[in-house]
Structures are given as C-alpha cells and as structure tokens.
Design a protein around this ligand. Structure first.
Ligand code: NDP
Length: 328
C-alpha cells in the first residue's frame, strides 16, 4: 500500500510537493488543504481533492503524513504545532534563529498527539545543515563557510517591490568568486558580509518614476542592501518576464580543517547545490523526509525531529539490502 500524503497550503512549495510525489511511486497524494476557496485552487493530480483547511481534522485516520507548505513568517509557527496533534507532519521552517522555539512547540504537540513531526527540512535549513554537521563532526579543528547563490531572494525582491515607483523586481544573491577561491585554496580568510556576497537587482519602474532615486533607495536600504555591493538594472516588464521568471537558487557549504600532530595536513569538504527551481528542489527533499516520518511513526516513535535525527536509509524508497548492494 502506498504512503497516503496530504498537503497544507498550495503556493510554490505546495505545487513542488505535488510534482515531487509523482516521482515517488510509493506515495500517493490524497488531498490538498487550502485557506482559500477550494474551487479557485486548481491542482494537476487527477483523483486528488482540494478541501478547506477547516476540514483537515476529518482526515485524521485517512492520511499517513501531511506536508506543511505555508510560509515560515506567520503560517508555520501556528500550523505545524496545530497539525502535529492530528497527523505525522513535515515542514520547511527556515527562520534559523527561531528553530529552537519552533522545535519545542512542535515537540509538545506531536507527543500529545502520538505523532512524528520533522521540521526545517529543505536545503537551508536542511541539506546544508546536514553537511555543516557532518563536516564539523569529522574535522573538529577547522572553519565553516556558507555561500548562497546565484539565486533569487524572495525577501529582497519583495523589499524592492515595496519602494514607491517600483512596479516589479527580482533580486539575485551572488557569491563573490575571489572569496570562494580563497576558501577553496585553504587560505581560511576572515570575510565580511560585503566580501562574501554581492546583490544584483532587475527592476521595472512605474511610468514617470525617478530611476536615480529608486536606485539610491535600494542601495541604502538597511539590513537588506546597505552592507553589500549592489548593482541595479532597470528593464522592461517583458524582459523581466522573459529572463527572470524562474526561481533558481543554490550555494556552497565548505569546511576547511587540519589534522596531524603538527596540523600539517589540511582538508577541504565542499557540498554545492545549483538549483533551477528552489521550491521544486526543496519539495523533493521534503518528500524524502515524509517517507522517513511515516516509517518512524510506524515504528512507534513520537515527537519532533530535525534532519540531524533521521538515519539516511529512512529517506530512500530502496530497502536496506538494495542500498547495501548498490550504493555502499
Ligand atoms: P508562497 O507564498 O508561494 O505560499 C505560501 C502560502 O501562501 C501557501 O501555502 C498558500 O496557502 C498561500 N498562497 C499561495 N499562493 C497564493 C495566492 N495566489 N493567493 C493567496 N494565497 C496564496 O510561499 P512558498 O511556497 O514559495 O514558500 C513557502 C515557505 O517555504 C517559505 O516561507 C520558506 O520559509 C520555505 N522554504 C524553505 C526552504 C528551505 O530550504 N528550508 C527553501 C525554500 C522555501 P493557502 O493555500 O492556504 O492559501
């Protein structure tokens, strides 16, 4: 019997999860829950229903795992604890500073409901976190580096769109090549924010807007741009649509460390991702962890977990025997 999956929230990530489930024959998407009018939410999987979120409780014994695809800012802090009481759940909560608090809230309700919850799954947090942890455990004496990009930052694009005179915008975060090169060469550089990443903005102006004023406002925006070297390009709406409608992202996690009595040998661990679609890749990671949530729950486990707590074989559709024969 296949793993019966539900989705809560149907935005970029929800659509990505729907698509990823199609690549995993051991899983079946049963239902999508939304806060909007279900008639206005068009999904692609035949035979799957769209329901109002208030109806979720009625599905309690009909789903093996529910994937929460709401936003980290306001949806997941409420939704994950609420639905972990009813279902095994997985979320992609990415507000790093609030993960300990979110973990505690979700752990309490998952235990209360006798369910498994896996939080903060994706690529960062997620696959990048795992690689930081492995590298630190293996090379206790060393230095960590994370570079993001080239990729679209939704938060920075939104910040530009809020400026008066801006019709639309996309912002790319780009790692500084010379900084990456120095890390790869084992130079262990101390890098400031400005030395690690640059920001490139593609902006469509409203008619009659003052380009110089908008550019200055972007470049001087505290927290978002003032600590970075930022380039601003003004382009037409057509060009934005044609060349900048995808949501690519990625980055690099590196640790350079030393071993030997004289620390005479240096080592570099590098993990990199180059993603055409941030939500589709994030969704693919989440679906593998949904399989793990189902399996852990089948073993009688309860409570909140992160990627650090899940043994790798739980992610794979292959059996232990198949994995040992083909991947060790
Ligand atoms: P979206 O803004 O596309 O969707 C968030 C929610 O908004 C949806 O669940 C949906 O809920 C609602 N929504 C979507 N489209 C519409 C619409 N047209 N009108 C009204 N409401 C809509 O966010 P993403 O899917 O892009 O991202 C979700 C979260 O994923 C992000 O907040 C981020 O935290 C996380 N993420 C994590 C990553 C990681 O590596 N850990 C990587 C990438 C993202 P409903 O259907 O109920 O209306």
């Amino acid at each position: 019997m296949s793993i019966r999956v539900g989705i809560i929230g149907y935005g970029n990530l929800g659509r990505g999860v729907e698509c990823a489930i199609c690549q995993n024959p051991d899983m079946e998407l049963k239902v999508v829950f939304t806060r909007r009018n279900p008639e206005q939410v068009k999904i692609l999987t035949e035979g799957t229903v769209v329901c109002r979120l208030e109806e979720a409780a009625a599905w309690k014994d009909k789903l093996d795992v529910v994937i929460l695809c709401g936003g980290s800012a306001t949806d997941l802090p409420m939704q994950t604890p609420e639905y972990a009481r009813l279902f095994n759940v997985v979320d992609s909560f990415d507000t790093h500073a609030r993960i300990p608090e979110h973990f505690a809230n979700v752990d309490a309700s998952a235990k209360e409901g006798g369910n498994v919850a896996i939080i903060s799954v994706g690529w960062d947090p997620g696959m990048f976190s795992l690689n930081r942890m492995y590298a630190n455990a293996i090379l206790p004496e060393g230095k960590d580096y994370t570079f993001w990009g080239r990729g679209v930052s939704q938060g920075h694009s939104d910040a530009i769109r809020r400026i008066a005179g801006v019709k639309d915008a996309k912002q790319y975060t780009i790692p500084v090549e010379s900084a990456l090169k120095a890390v790869r060469a084992g130079e262990n550089p101390e890098l400031t924010t400005r030395q690690k990443h640059t920001r490139e903005c593609f902006v469509v102006l409203e008619e009659g807007a003052d380009a110089a004023k908008v550019e200055a406002e972007i470049k001087n925006m505290p927290n978002y741009f003032s600590d970075y070297d930022t380039t601003v390009h003004f382009i037409s709406e057509e060009e934005l649509k044609r060349n900048h409608s995808r949501i690519p992202h990625g980055g690099f996690v590196l640790r350079s460390g030393v071993t030997g009595w004289e620390k005479e040998n240096s080592h570099l661990i590098e993990y990199s991702l180059k993603l055409d679609s941030n939500p589709e890749f994030t969704a693919s990671v989440i679906v593998a962890y949904a399989r793990a949530a189902y399996r852990l729950a089948s073993e009688g486990q309860t409570g909140c977990k992160t990627v650090f707590d899940i043994a790798p074989a739980y992610l794979s559709a292959k059996s232990g025997e198949e994995l040992r024969a083909s991947m060790l």
